[in-house]
Design a protein around this ligand. Structure first.
Ligand SMILES: [Mg+2]
Length: 164
């Protein structure tokens, strides 16, 4: 049985350092992207320049869709509007319902879709439950740079080790 904790690509990089050609080589056509921690710091609504550039370039290569657990429609809609992307807020990851509806809307084969996020217990688990690829990235600080030590992720990795 495939573990729901499986990370296809534990990048150890912020999203904007992911190589788009590497993603294409993995057969990925569409990306579901987490928002808080992945594209912006959760306490900030300023999208880092590097993120903005990466999204702009990626739009030419992939079908992009934002998928956030944040219950604030105002926050997620604002970020999605700035990036001109489709979005889901209040997605309740790792529950499947909302993520599956985004996958359906994208209209791509699940094997050609990847979810990019900064957490195992939400982003990675929902990705595996929906049979799409999973990519873990580094969480962003307020200044847009990746954090050096992610306590949440470290705890999730330790727990994952024991429940695998
Ligand atoms: Mg996140």
């Amino acid at each position: 049985m495939r573990s729901i904790l499986k990370v296809n690509w534990d990048s150890n990089l912020p999203i904007y350092a992911l190589s788009q050609s590497e993603l294409q080589k993995k057969g990925i056509h569409s990306l579901l992207i987490d928002v808080d921690g992945t594209l912006v710091n959760r306490k900030s609504n300023v999208i880092p320049k590097a993120v903005e550039n990466w999204i702009r370039e990626s739009k030419n290569l992939f079908s992009l869709y934002l998928i956030s657990n944040n219950p604030s429609k105002k926050r997620i809609a604002k970020i999605a509007k700035e990036l001109n992307l489709r979005y889901k807020y209040n997605a309740s990851k790792p529950r499947k319902k909302v993520t599956l509806s985004a996958i359906k809307e994208i209209g791509c084969e699940p094997k050609d879709i990847a979810i990019i996020g900064d957490r195992i217990f939400t982003d990675i688990i929902v990705g595996n439950r929906c049979n799409i690829k999973t990519i873990l990235v580094k969480r962003l600080k307020r200044d847009g740079l990746p954090i050096k030590f992610n306590l949440t992720l470290t705890i999730e990795k330790v727990i994952s080790h024991f429940i695998k």
